[in-house]
Design a protein around this ligand. Structure first.
Ligand code: COA
Length: 373
């Protein structure tokens, strides 16, 4: 039997020019730029442009890009009806996944080629926040709020969720999360998207599959699992007994560990800084930060594990007022950029992704005689 790498750990499954991890520092780089530095000095729209086109936009390019995104935020009526009609019992990630699939179905012959895929990607980016906001509001019995083309991507999302735009710290924190979430190499959902694209299926199918992969708590679903965990722990004095019981039962602590980063996730310091600024203003913020620090220290001591970015975005989104099940769909609003960049890269030099498996079942045997009737 050839050697099998469980979970493809350590396997280099292809090449990419979109992002990498700096070997010296472990920093995530987007097209060569450190992602935390981009988060400090760029808006999400600029980073989306960079990931898709390879270079940061100049002023004119950014303006044209923003105008195109802002003009496509409205949902087609049919999609708004579909979102409104989905059962409230379904998870918001199911709504996001259905919306991506619906958008593909509404274009029976989606434009193809690099130009067409670029258009479809921009449409998905522009419409996903409208879907997520509408879904969060309907769960509170509230009418949808129409997108405002006068607002940036982040500002407009808050406007559609809450009818107002928050102060600079919450906006900065949200924008930081979108930049840091936008792309991360061959993670599970991006790899799923590349596998689907490699069959020459369409971009919407790839994004629909990627949303399904992101939903799981070992991947994007961890940000909401972190909040559920904080709620379960309840208070600082319960951290150590809770952790002992969790590890004793063989359960994982959400928001810790990473397949690639074994000495800390390079996105955490920038995200932490933004969270800390936000949290200091409220009682709930201070309560959460106390839990955050105590659990971080306890997990480090017990398992030598470091937090990943979801450990930070979970409490940040909570403090911004989002419902916990909305956290992973917010991740979708950002990662859709990375997924579609990879779909386009895959198609530019495609080879069907079809690995082998090592068989572990029963050996060859005779089919027993069967009576036919
Ligand atoms: N809590 C407790 N133990 C953990 C852990 C966690 N969050 N993450 C890893 N470990 C332990 C494993 O139990 C295993 O221990 P063992 O060798 O004693 O069995 C060891 O660390 C290696 O873990 P493994 O799951 O094999 O590593 P991986 O590279 O496959 O896992 C993750 C990476 C992300 C799936 C894993 O760290 C995890 O499940 N984290 C929690 C979910 C999460 O936050 N996901 C978001 C990722 S950005």
């Amino acid at each position: 039997m050839s050697e099998v790498q469980r979970g493809l750990a350590g396997v280099v499954a292809g090449t990419t020019a979109i992002s990498s991890i700096d070997e010296q520092t472990g920093t995530l780089l987007y097209r060569g730029y450190p992602a935390p530095e981009l988060a400090a000095s760029c808006r999400f729209e600029e980073v989306a442009y960079l990931l898709w086109h390879g270079e940061l936009p100049d002023r004119a390019q950014l303006s044209a890009f923003e105008q195109a995104e802002r003009s496509q935020r409205d949902l087609p009526e049919g999609l708004a009806e579909v979102v409104a009609g989905l059962p409230l019992s379904c998870h918001p990630m199911d709504v996001a996944r259905t919306a991506a699939s619906w958008l593909g179905a509404s274009e029976p012959s989606p434009p193809s080629g690099p130009e067409g895929n670029q258009q479809s990607s921009l449409g998905l980016l522009a419409k996903m926040p409208t879907v997520v906001a509408m879904d969060q509001r309907r769960r509170h019995g509230l009418e949808a709020i129409a997108p405002d083309p006068g607002l940036s991507y982040s500002e407009n999302f808050f406007h559609m969720c809450f009818g107002s735009v928050p102060g600079p710290e919450a906006l900065r924190c949200f924008e930081t999360s979108l930049v840091l979430y936008a792309e991360h190499g061959f993670n599970a959902s991006t790899f799923a998207a590349r596998v689907i694209s490699s069959t020459l299926s369409d971009l919407y199918s790839a994004v629909t599959g990627a949303i399904g992969a992101l939903k799981g708590p070992l991947h994007g679903g961890a940000n909401e699992a972190v909040m559920a965990m904080f709620a379960e722990i309840g208070s600082v004095d319960r951290v150590e007994p809770w952790l002992a019981a969790t590890l004793g039962a063989g359960r994982k602590v959400m928001g810790f560990g990473h397949r690639v980063y074994k000495h800390g996730d390079s996105r955490v310091p920038a995200m932490y800084e933004a969270l800390a600024q936000l949290a200091r203003h409220s009682e709930e913020g201070r309560r959460l930060m106390a839990l955050y620090h105590r659990l971080e220290a306890a997990v480090r001591e017990a398992k030598g594990l470091y937090p990943n970015v979801d450990y930070v975005t979970g409490p940040a989104y909570h403090l911004m007022g989002f419902d916990t099940p909305t956290f992973t769909p917010i991740f979708v609003m950002s990662r859709v950029v990375g997924w579609t960049a990879h779909v386009m890269e895959q198609l530019s030099d495609n080879a069907l992704i079809r690995p082998l498996s090592a068989y572990t079942g029963v050996a060859r045997r005779e089919v027993p005689a069967r009576s036919s009737g």
